[in-house]
Design a protein around this ligand. Sequence first.
Ligand SMILES: Nc1ncnc2c1ncn2[C@@H]1O[C@H](COP(=O)(O)OP(=O)(O)O)[C@@H](O)[C@H]1O
Ligand SMILES: [Mg+2]
Length: 298
Amino acid sequence: MTIPKIAIFTDDAGWHGKQLQLSFKKLGYDSVFISLTECRFNLENQTLPLFIPEFENQLPIAVFVRGVPGGSLEEVILYLDFLHALKHLGIPVYNNANVIERSVDKAMTSFLLHNAKLKTPPTWVLRDRNTALDLVKNELLKGNFVISKPLFGSQGEGIRRIEKMTDLPWLTSSRGVYYLQRFVPCAGDGFSDYRVFVINDKVVATMRRRGKSWLNNVAKGASCEYIEPSAEMIDLAIQATKLLNMDYAGVDILEDNEGKLNVIEINSVPAWKGLESVCDIVISELLAEDLVKRLIRK
Ligand SMILES: Nc1ncnc2c1ncn2[C@@H]1O[C@H](COP(=O)(O)OP(=O)(O)O)[C@@H](O)[C@H]1O
Ligand SMILES: [Mg+2]
């Protein structure tokens, strides 16, 4: 009988992976880093249906998803299939494949937020270039800027702002899809938004991110500052994570120049290094404890 282990799915363990591994160890669980690219379905008799390296004889006791690799649509669907299958086999998947599918896809997140009447900027997602140009022109005529984002982007990559009619030729689709969103000018001086970290429907830490320009991603050089969130911000972040059924999440919230809070996006595989650098809590320990105590069957 092999000792049960946790699989941490990632292609690059890095600081986050190592923090998680230490935190699981503190709770008495060994964990190993596995790439989803190395897994396979083995659908024959007498073997486990899923081959996961290092778990040849016994599937993981739980899995933590720290990264889903990019690739062709078929490749990404196969990685998500593995996560769906694990859940199907009764193994806790932290955040599960349904959650990841909905939150990585900015169109679906925007739809769900809008449908639940959680404040989020006006957004259009479509294929046709001429219609996209008309929508942007219309917004510019109303005095608004428009942001265009890749449907599956992260860390501020590939985001553009269309500010004037002469920018229109630069409007490009991302792999054939236009995700267009009204730009919301933020409250206060300079540029900032908030990252609210939620675990099991509780806000554990919040920071203000101050961007060098309107893009407030830490990966784009934004500085981090710990803040105490307002009751309204807590409420909005928790409603957003509940909407997507998330075990944990990083919610991006922007306060507009009228003081209203807007949900910009909900991350199901958020980083926490920047946030941890401005607070006293060890986020990997909170994540590991939540997964172990709430989801692993004793
Ligand atoms: N509609 C918007 N209005 C104003 N700023 C925005 C808007 N959408 C995004 N931003 C800025 O761009 C950043 C990145 O956008 P986001 O949708 O979170 O994409 P990513 O997945 O790349 O982080 C946000 O944190 C915010 O600073
Ligand atoms: Mg973001």
